[in-house]
Design a protein around this ligand. Sequence first.
Ligand code: HEM
Length: 232
Amino acid sequence: MATTTAPAREARTGPPSILLKTVMAVTGLVGIAYLLIHMYGNLMILVGPEAFDEYAHHIRTFGEPMLPEKGLLWIIRVALLASLVLHVWAAATMWHRANAARSQRYVMTRRGYGNFYAKAMRWGGLAILTFIIFHLLHFTTQTVTIGEAHASPAARVLDTFSHWWGVLIYLAAMIFLGLHLLHGFWGAAMTMGLNSSLKRAEQIRFASILVTTIIVVGFMIPPFAILFGLLD
Ligand code: HEM
């Protein structure tokens, strides 16, 4: 019985896997940088609704008159969308490749531990993609509302999280995001070859737990503070 781990013939067409993994690592890190900034911005609501709206306004007018109104915002939006599209494309290509390899030849190494993480990353990634679409329809376009529609971004946030089910939806999304980041950060470091020693591997594991905790806890502080009436 053949036990080779070589990819199937059709799996070898298209970009090399290391390129796809590098694209995933770089675009994933762009996403993490954005999440840290977004989370920091959200924490402004603890200072007060005015501080939050001031921050939202500042992002729209930053760089004026050198940039047009919302100039920076559009630069960020385009960069983020490009990162997201590349990240999903690389993931989908690798997913397809893994399926093609499995249907060609049964490879023992595809069973067990590694395969669990691969599946969790793919299905969790799809859940996060669904959340991002929902999130834009909710806070940016207000096509979907939890509570009422508001002109002020702070009022939208305060209304949403005074509903327990609003908090629950965002909590569920943050749990998916946390699991994805935990393994994704680790995977990105592996791709970049940073695990040169056992000590290094431990440091990477620690860094991935730290970054994930900061993002998840930081994002969930405002919703819980609002739900428990701490901001009144
Ligand atoms: C508890 C968690 C979160 C809260 C309370 C929150 C809140 C918000 C709010 C209020 C806006 C609209 C800002 C404005 O109108 O000025 C926004 C926009 C946005 N959020 Fe979040 N967010 C959360 C998590 C996330 C996560 C996890 C992601 C990405 C995976 C994300 C991605 C975005 C994006 C892409 C925009 C659109 C920015 C734009 O182009 O205007 N958010 N968020």
